[in-house]
Design a protein around this ligand. Sequence first.
Ligand SMILES: Cc1cc2nc3c(=O)[nH]c(=O)nc-3n(C[C@H](O)[C@H](O)[C@H](O)COP(=O)(O)O)c2cc1C
Length: 442
Amino acid sequence: MKDFLRELDQKGKLKRVSKELSTDLEISSVLFALQDQAMLFERVSESHLSAAGNIYATPELMKLGLDIPQGQELAEFAGNSIAAPASIKGHVSSFDNSAWDYNVQADLKELPILKHYDKEAGNYITAGIVAAKFPGTDLENLSFHRMLVLSKNKLAARIVPRHLDQIAREMDRQKVPVSIVIGPPPAVFLAASLQTEYGLSEYKIANKMMDQKLELNTSELNDIAVPTDSEIVLEGYLDYQELTKEGPFVDLTGTYDDIREQPVITIQRMHYRKDSVYQIVLAGSKEHALFMGLPQELKIRNVLSRSIPKIRGINLTPSGNGYFHCVVSIEKANDGDGKTAIMNCLASSHPLKLVIAVDIDVDPFNLSDVEWALATRFQADRGLVQVNGARGSSLDPSSGKSAVTSKLGLDATLPLKGDKSKFERAKITLSPVAASVISAAS
Ligand SMILES: Cc1cc2nc3c(=O)[nH]c(=O)nc-3n(C[C@H](O)[C@H](O)[C@H](O)COP(=O)(O)O)c2cc1C
């Protein structure tokens, strides 16, 4: 991560804060107010380490970290990397204590872990990537989990049943060795947010993204590979026999998530350097929405590209938290394509609650254009799709504890046949004189 921070700094894209700020709501309030801005907090009251947040707040920032060419979209790049993971054999060396200034017993109070929102249960690690081995293999799964600090060596981890939970189940809920990585190279951060098939290590995806230049070290205690270029590594074990209350914590929607019984991670060893930078992802921020939305966008793209001849764009709207609402702009080849697109989107991404299908002349990223299409092309008696009782997201406070949701589709596409002239946006031909008047006045 350090290289990326340096690059941001050189390009004038990193806002440095030299005033000392507290981990108790102060740093998070600044990150909340400046959500598009990568920030470095040089002096933190409670720790000798500095902290960085919002560093991948926009797709452009992440693209910079990955050296993605201008024309390529982040989702396309991520999709291509999932399709061609690169083996990491030969890139894993054994742990070198001398590469770190501190190889110490756990004391989480040393790290600038924040309390982010007023009514949260305490201080939470929010950019922690949990690496754990798929049982019986030499391959690591990576996933983000928020972790509440319980004491100097214990964390409560929120684990939605996906791969880490499956690993624990395959191990009969015995202790699962884990290494928590904070501040890895950008590609590892992105890869860890992606949802792939069980058994595929996200390190291979990151290695593909980095042109096979990802360097890993097995961690000291538990033989789990961690990126050499990480800011902080915590080693320990996840234990489903030790459960505790986790929450309240503000999640993606900016609302407080439920308090649940969750497993404890015991940290045995911490590795960091004098100049390590602690990374923060503010929950409910644009950065959080970007990396929660990306895996959903990939699932939607995957299905839509097989069923719809031409797609102009897919917008998981920012106000829908990049997760719940989607606008898809398509070129129809069949009169049913609007509804087909809606059904495919709703089925491929479980959190989606609203899909709006518009014609290819409507920009899905311009929400006033989209509303104009709804106003002039949509009729509820023929364009509405409603599905009740489908799987939703536990993050949606309106879907209740069971996370069962109703889903809505609005088909604002025009029929293929018939007179389209009355649906066209009227234009005014611009003379050179008129253009000069406009440019002088604006
Ligand atoms: C910033 C961020 C925070 C996340 N927090 C959690 C969390 O607290 N618990 C959880 O189970 N998933 C969380 N996720 C989602 C998973 O990390 C993500 O879906 C991951 O791809 C799952 O990995 P897997 O497919 O290997 O299981 C978070 C994702 C991001 C990007």
